[in-house]
Design a protein around this ligand. Structure first.
Ligand code: SF4
Ligand code: ZN
Length: 138
């Protein structure tokens, strides 16, 4: 929950149950039944603009988006940000070979490969070599 001055004027106050139903992994273009019900509440809300801005800002920082906010469903918010040239921030698991590759692909986000990722990559290479040697020997 965000603590902002405008939240006191949110039309969805007290309707958490309804809005929680929109927190699914629904990513479709067309609002489902629960989303339509929540959107009808947003349509009457005087702080819709602030609400949408806050959610978009949070997405720009890489936070996962879900549910109805500011009169939009997830699909619409992703479209708005895509039009700004935004790309979803990939998440990294350190200590994996995939993580190592992400370090190399996105040094702007993740920096140089960390020790754990380097180690995972080294292990992978060693295993690969051992397998290949075993194949050649057989
Ligand atoms: S716009 Fe919708 S989600 Fe945002 S505060 Fe208003 S009713 Fe709640
Ligand atoms: Zn790492």
């Amino acid at each position: 929950m965000r603590a902002a001055e405008w939240e006191a004027r949110a039309a969805c106050r007290g309707l958490r149950d309804l809005f929680d139903l929109t927190f699914t992994d629904h990513r479709g273009r067309v609002p489902n039944r629960h989303e339509r019900a929540a959107l009808a509440v947003c349509a009457t809300c005087s702080v819709r603009v602030q609400c949408l801005d806050a959610e978009l800002d949070s997405m720009r920082l890489g936070r996962q988006t879900d549910g109805v906010f500011g009169g939009t469903i997830v699909h619409q918010r992703i479209e708005i940000l895509k039009n700004e040239g935004w790309r979803r921030t990939p998440s990294i698991t350190h200590g994996t070979r995939k993580g190592y590759q992400l370090h190399l692909q996105r040094p702007d986000l993740f920096g140089e490969p960390c020790a754990d990722c380097r180690e995972a990559c080294r292990e992978y290479t060693a295993r690969y070599r051992a397998d290949r040697n075993a194949e050649e020997a057989s």
